[in-house]
Design a protein around this ligand. Structure first.
Ligand code: GLC
Length: 400
């Protein structure tokens, strides 16, 4: 899991024919489109005319991310790569181009780890329980249909795992009846790509837990990742302007990092392949903050501290990071610190900070009346030993 825990932050990319509708990635299901209508209205006009994944990779780098995950196919079943299993693919319809190949090449060249999202569900497949289901389908039409479907999707994954060189991560998505014979294909994938990390949405073996639209740390000893949208949709939605602020992005990163987890933050490119300007701005601004304060992030540990009213506390090695979001005036008092504090300083620029320690209460002094960083100002306490607390910590109430 080395690179995964080192990176802590990745880019989720939901892109496909549904981007044309501009009403999210579930449009075919929600609006009861037939496959023919969907091809006419979404797939054919999906030209990807300005698709340049090198731009995407640059943005991911600027944002401070270490990896990315692209939807090679979503529940609509439209494949962004040149598969031999169906003609419902980007090389035959729409872009007339292998979008996955270019993505993999660009992200690898940029030094980013390459992840592929793959939806096992496939609404328009004849053996899938139906394109317009309102609930999670719980049964296959019959065993023969299930076996045909399993053979089909296993063959698709075999292609993805053999045609594009080293793949670092496979991100499964569901909405499919069981059993999907996940163990069979995951075992095969581990042979083909011995270093790959697999999420927990298609059985064992898997390497990390995933949670969605909520930050829910996995139990200690388990690696995990929270995936979150930047507005309220995964796929491009032209009318959704409910963007998170750069500060909210930083807060999410603090939240995942303090429990040794990752944040996979989503963008939904437009049908031409460009990422919405608002997403770019938010990722760049939060990325600027991260550049100034990066040290806390990579390989962050499970912080023994829970909540307070001014921000978040992350830990790593012999350091405690005090991320102040709500300023406390010239003094910041932090209690329950079991370690002797050796040094205190600002993370962005290393300016020393005067402090005193009385038992487990540490006070930082002479802080500026208003915080120098409008997003979050981070102070570091270098301590003796591994960060520890004197009092049992609870999470019975977490402000904000
Ligand atoms: C859900 C949705 C899907 C989205 C995914 C991301 O499973 O069905 O649209 O891609 O979450 O985690």
């Amino acid at each position: 899991m080395t690179w995964f825990n080192q990176a802590r932050y990745g880019l989720f990319i939901h892109w496909g024919a549904y981007s044309v509708a501009g009403r999210g990635e579930w449009v075919a299901n929600r609006e009861l489109h037939s496959k023919e209508d969907y091809i006419r209205d979404c797939v054919v006009p999906f030209t990807a005319g300005r698709y340049d994944p090198r731009e995407w990779a640059r943005l991911a780098k600027d944002a401070g991310m270490g990896y990315a995950v692209l939807t090679t196919r979503h529940h609509d079943g439209f494949c962004l790569w040149d598969t031999d299993t169906t003609d419902f693919k980007a090389t035959a319809l729409g872009p007339k181009r292998d979008l996955v190949r270019d993505y993999v090449a660009a992200f690898r060249a940029a030094g980013l780890k390459v992840g592929l999202y793959y939806s096992v569900a496939d609404w328009f497949h004849p053996d899938y329980p139906g394109a317009h289901r309102r609930d999670w389908p719980d049964r296959w039409p019959d065993e023969a249909a299930r076996q045909r479907f399993v053979k089909f999707y296993h063959a698709q994954l075999e292609e993805l795992m053999t045609r594009y060189g080293k793949i670092d991560l496979l991100w499964y998505d569901g909405c499919i009846p069981s059993p999907t014979d996940g163990t069979v294909i995951n075992t095969r994938i581990k042979q083909l790509q011995p270093h790959i990390l697999i999420n927990d949405r298609n059985g064992d073996p898997h390497d990390f837990h995933s949670c969605e639209q909520a930050i829910k740390p996995a139990a200690p000893g388990h690696d995990w990742e929270a995936c979150m949208t930047l507005n309220e949709n995964w796929g491009y939605h032209a009318g959704d302007t409910n963007w998170k602020t750069p500060r909210q992005v930083v807060r999410m990163l603090l939240e995942t990092s303090c429990s040794a987890g990752n944040l996979l933050l989503n963008v939904g490119p437009k049908p031409d392949g460009t990422i919405p300007e608002e997403s770019v701005r938010i990722l760049r601004e939060s990325g600027d903050w991260l550049r100034r304060n990066r040290e806390f992030l990579e390989n962050s540990g499970r912080s023994p501290f829970t909540w307070n009213n001014w921000g978040r506390i992350t830990t790593k090695g012999d350091r405690i990071y005090l991320h102040v979001i709500n300023g406390t005036g010239p003094r910041l008092r932090v209690s329950d610190i079991a370690n002797r504090v050796l040094r205190a300083f600002r993370l962005d620029g290393s300016a020393p900070v005067r402090f005193d320690q009385q038992g487990d209460l540490v006070t930082l002094h002479d802080l500026p009346a208003s915080l120098p960083d409008p997003i979050c100002t981070t102070f570091v306490l270098e301590v003796e030993g591994q960060p520890a607390t004197t009092r049992a910590q609870t999470s019975f109430w977490i402000p904000g």
